[in-house]
Design a protein around this ligand. Sequence first.
Ligand code: HEC
Length: 91
Amino acid sequence: MKKMILSSLLLGLMAFVLMQGFQVRELGAGSGESIAQERCTACHGIGRVERAGHDRARWNSTVRRMMGKSNFGPKLSDAEFEALIEYLVSI
Ligand code: HEC
């Protein structure tokens, strides 16, 4: 009986941790601004990004170019790429 209580507690805890993880991931993928802040400032300031003023086509090629820069280039999933481009064309 004790074992059953323990394992259901453990299951509940695992479900809780998993849900937290999903929430963070959804937020992260949805926010182009936070992706820019986190992934585009390793080599230069965010100012360089904000001042560029590119259109959509130019941002597409610029972000692809940044992703290709050595091992430090940002690694973005398709969803993150799209969210980032949406944010970049909006600023
Ligand atoms: C691995 C380092 C690195 C990371 C990470 C990086 N950049 Fe860059 N970025 C550079 C370097 C080096 C230059 C200057 C040379 C060049 O333009 O290719 C540059 C230049 C730029 C420029 C000015 C040139 C232009 O074409 O307008 C913009 C805008 C830019 N980066 C945007 C971004 C964005 C957006 C991200 C995130 C997706 C990012 N960078 C992440 C290294 C990086």
